[in-house]
Design a protein around this ligand. Structure first.
Ligand SMILES: [Zn+2]
Length: 621
């Protein structure tokens, strides 16, 4: 059970991570920091030597690896300590020292790629055939040359680097406008309490308030602050699209999408197929919302009614129970995988409960040469159980990648990273649905799963659709105004939700709110592709004859072991997932429809539709 105390010193050691395997003391960390400084300085002396021959080139690659491995430990020790208690200024200062050192390392190695690219690829290939140790770096080298056609000459690159100083202006301005300078309105809730509707408060009211009037008021208040500055937001978003189109044209890409996907060699058809197939299959999403409308007993059902659970979830999910479930749920992945999960729980690498000053949320940190560390803030909710499964997926991915890849390929891309985490959540859901018999708990489980698919898949595809259409307006020299973006977003809501959502004019302004649109364009589609990949893999691993299931598991484990040793599309293809195929996207839609049908029959079994009743005393909103 969750400890009553928020004082870290009083929380049992068994529930805290032990960082001693990284460094036993701060003294050891300081010594490693000093060694890293020496290595960075020494690396500079290699400048101009890469063309001397295979031994020089190999020496430089190995030096980069040595630096990188040491940097992992030197970086993570203060970073993890800092997250234990962010109020500790001494640790915070050391954390900043490493950040500065890392920036110096970037600068000190910035000559490396341009110098390598001055060597003809044929010569480097020849060196790799005579020097097998150099061949280890083949993928890294060839990938660098692959991108070379979009690298400009010296003058052009200098100009691009000068222009890059303006890159962050739209997103920095968005940040300032939507947070630092934002004036969030205060509203009075139906229980008489008044709250200031910041983003956190808005999310919380939509997800927990049983009173539709409160959800509506919070939505109106929060989106209203964007409406007040809608023309400014449109001007900023125009800045994002114009910047992307400038960079794409300057580097010789046909479209902004081509430019965004080229770093990881992803074909644009992946995003286009994702959007086209999803658009064609929104019936399940609409059925889900109609079912919710009925279960919640609402006459009018709007975008702000989409998150509140239809039944009360008052069960406590304590950590020990969650831990047992996560171990048992991965049984389909085989005894060896299961043993790794067990070891991960026993290695003193998980920081379980919240304490004063601790960083919020959850993550898995891949500390090379030691083991992954996991930060949680387990609060005994069902959500926390799924978070544990999610982070454990990342943990085992890291363990397998680090065990099977040399350092240079130990890090995997975002494009595959969310596959094992999503898959772990799917396995946990299947396990729990098979175990739990209380109909209310089953409904809570199904809703949790469907909600996470609606949010991670459908909502992200809609976002990607919006980004693509808005960028295409700019590519065709069309204007971008708040009216045009509102029409675009309003049409998307109609296309995806049909008449399942009643009209709410402010919903058209959602484009103004989403931080990803300003900070990382063409990023969110990866949540959806990871989801689709995981659904495809889960299908193959859980269904069909035993031999084919075992083969699918083997291919999945090979995917995790492959780390970052190839282009992500190739890695996924070897695991049996081709994201260019409409069938892959179809798998996630089929699974969604199936879960909605299960929810429908569970709700029917409960004798719905009934109204959820008044909130009980002491219940969080
Ligand atoms: Zn994740």
């Amino acid at each position: 059970m969750k400890p009553q105390t928020r004082n870290r010193a009083e929380i049992p050691d068994t529930c805290k991570w032990d960082l001693a395997p990284i460094f036993a003391t701060w003294e050891d960390w300081r010594a490693a920091y000093a060694r890293l400084e020496t290595l960075i300085a020494a690396f500079a002396t290699r400048r101009g030597s890469l063309g001397e021959g295979p031994a020089s080139l190999l020496g430089a690659f190995q030096a980069v690896d040595e630096l990188g491995q040491l940097a992992h430990a030197v970086w993570y020790y203060p970073a993890l300590k800092h997250d234990e208690d962010q109020r500790d200024n001494d640790v915070g200062a050391r954390h900043q020292m490493v950040q500065i050192l890392m920036a110096r390392w970037q600068q000190a190695t910035s000559w490396f790629n341009p110098e390598l690219l001055t060597l003809p690829l044929e010569r480097v290939r020849e060196w790799m055939t005579i020097h097998p140790d150099l061949a280890l770096y083949r993928f890294a080298i060839e990938n660098l040359y692959r991108l070379q056609e979009h690298v400009l000459d010296d003058k052009g690159e200098r100009l691009m680097s000068l222009v890059s100083r303006f890159d962050a202006t739209p997103s920095d301005t968005y940040e300032a406008l939507s947070t630092a300078d934002a004036k969030f309105p205060t509203i009075t809730l139906s229980d008489g309490r008044s709250v200031t509707v910041s983003y956190g408060e808005y999310r919380s009211i939509l997800a927990t308030s049983r009173q539709q009037a409160d959800r509506e008021a919070a939505f109106r208040a929060y989106l209203g602050s964007f409406e007040a500055a809608r023309n400014t937001y449109a001007a900023l978003y125009n800045g994002v699209c114009q910047r992307d189109w400038f960079a794409a044209q300057a580097r010789g890409y046909a479209t902004t999408l081509d430019a965004a996907l080229s770093a990881h060699n992803i074909p644009p058809a992946v995003v286009e197929t994702l959007i086209a197939v999803t658009r064609g299959h929104t019936a399940g999403l609409q059925r889900y919302h109609r079912l919710r409308k009925q279960a919640l007993g609402l006459d009018r059902y709007c975008i702000f009614d989409g998150q509140v659970p239809t039944v009360h979830a008052d069960r406590i999910y304590d950590y020990d129970e969650a831990r047992t479930w996560v171990v048992e749920s991965v049984a389909p992945l085989g005894p060896e995988y299961q043993a790794r999960v067990r070891r991960s729980f026993e290695s003193g690498s998980i920081d379980v409960y919240e304490n004063e000053g601790k960083r919020s949320g959850a993550y898995s940190a891949p500390v090379y040469g030691v083991h992954p560390y996991m930060l949680l803030n387990h609060n005994d909710t069902l959500d926390a159980v799924f978070t544990l499964a999610h982070e454990m997926g990342h943990n085992i991915h890291t363990v397998l990648a680090h065990a099977h890849q040399p350092f240079v390929y130990s890090d995997y891309t975002i494009f595959v990273a969310e596959v094992p985490s999503t898959l772990s959540e799917a396995l946990l859901l299947e396990y729990l649905l098979a175990q739990r018999t209380d109909p209310r708990e089953r409904i809570v489980l199904l809703e949790h799963a469907i909600e996470s698919m609606a949010g991670t898949f459908f909502a992200q595809v809609l976002f990607a659709d919006y980004e693509l259409q808005a960028h295409r307006l700019v590519e065709r020299d069309q204007p971008i105004t708040s009216e045009i973006l509102g029409d675009l977003y309003g049409q998307l809501l109609k296309d995806y939700y049909g008449d399942a959502l009643d009209d709410e004019p402010l919903a058209r302004l959602t484009w103004a709110r989403v931080p990803h649109f300003y900070s990382t364009p063409y990023y969110v589609y990866q949540y959806a592709t990871c989801f689709a990949s995981a659904a495809r893999l889960a299908d193959r691993m859980l269904q069909g004859p035993e031999a084919s299931r075992a083969e699918a598991v083997g291919r999945y484990l090979d995917l995790l072991k492959s780390g970052g040793s190839d282009h992500p599309m190739e890695q996924l293809k070897r695991a049996g997932v081709d994201l260019r195929e409409p069938d892959t996207v179809q798998a996630v839609i089929t699974r969604f429809d199936e879960l909605v049908s299960r929810l429908e029959s569970e709700l029917a079994g409960l004798g719905t539709a009934r109204s959820p009743g008044p909130p009980r005393a002491g219940e969080p909103r």
